[in-house]
Design a protein around this ligand. Structure first.
Ligand SMILES: Nc1ncnc2c1ncn2[C@@H]1O[C@H](COP(=O)(O)OP(=O)(O)OP(=O)(O)O)[C@@H](O)[C@H]1O
Length: 266
């Protein structure tokens, strides 16, 4: 099978500062201030061409950070990510410019993807129709609601025929009718054998779409396997996690972060 994405030992470190003073001091004498925080620790996974890989995990587990790294929006601190040669990759959630109108954003994103002016002219009506933004298409994107932004991002992404599509929580905002239309489009993509990364908190959507599941927890890979292998374990975990008291969750997190330290030292 042809590999579409190969991510090896991805680590993402952020600096956490206690207040502005510490942040400024760190600018003057770098590395002296702030606390290291690892949003991802030694994460590896692969997607074959045509796989739909779902990223799951409780809040703050690193799903968006990883999808942004795959999309090339956020740089990894260490590790490598390979995207199959000619694959054109598009992330629904990225790259909309607030000061530009919806229409200008369509043109800009298409230009960046290498489309010619003529090709963009043909694509534009299709994208606008899918977005259902009507007259808002000529308003600056900063005046859009998050649902509207997500509709524009999704409309562009699914109409430019990418090889790899990254859908990060794009269906959780906006109305139900649009989400259903988008899910239909995703089914179409799946039939066409496109590779997708899908980030969602919806267990139903995950089961419906994904072949593989990457379960992240406090930046570490808790499990990676087929949807049939991983989802039942995740659902059992969620049931237990929901029952935990605040203190129990803190203790759980503490243990996970100690494990993270071990992973990072290895
Ligand atoms: N720019 C940043 N600076 C510092 N910490 C960050 C930054 N971006 C993300 N983080 C932290 O990294 C961790 C992982 O965040 P991320 O958004 O990837 O998680 P997630 O699994 O997508 O969460 P959610 O399900 O809530 O969307 C979180 O603790 C978050 O606070």
């Amino acid at each position: 099978m042809e590999k579409a994405i190969v991510a090896k030992n991805i680590t993402k470190k952020y600096k956490l500062y206690h207040g502005t003073k510490e942040r400024l001091l760190d600018l003057v004498t770098p590395k002296s201030y702030g606390e290291d925080f690892y949003a991802l620790a030694d994460v590896s996974f692969e997607a074959e061409k045509g796989d739909v890989v779902g990223f799951i995990g409780i809040n703050g587990s690193g799903k968006s950070t990883l999808s942004n790294i795959v999309a090339g929006i956020v740089p990894e601190t260490s590790g490598t990510i390979e995207i199959n040669g000619q694959a054109s990759l598009i992330a629904v959630a990225s790259g909309l410019k607030g000061d530009l109108t919806g229409r200008d954003n369509i043109e800009l994103k298409c230009l960046m993807l290498g489309f010619s002016k003529d090709e963009i002219k043909k694509l534009e009506p299709q994208i606008i129709e899918f977005s259902e933004l009507d007259n808002f298409i000529d308003q600056p994107v900063k005046s859009y609601s998050s649902g509207m932004k997500s509709r524009l991002g999704f409309a562009i992404s699914v109409n430019v025929d990418p090889d790899i599509l990254i859908i990060d929580e794009a269906l959780s905002v906006g109305d139900k009718a649009f989400a259903e239309k988008s899910l239909d489009k995703m089914k179409e993509f799946k039939k066409m054998g496109k590779t997708m990364i899908f980030v969602s908190h919806s267990i139903g959507q995950m089961k419906q779409f994904c072949e593989k599941i990457l379960w992240l927890e406090y930046g570490m890979v808790k499990d990676f396997g087929t949807v049939e292998e991983v989802m039942p374990k995740y659902e059992r975990f969620l049931k237990e996690y929901k029952k935990m008291s605040k203190e129990e969750r803190e203790a759980y997190k503490h243990d996970a972060l100690q494990e993270q330290q071990k992973v990072l030292m290895a």
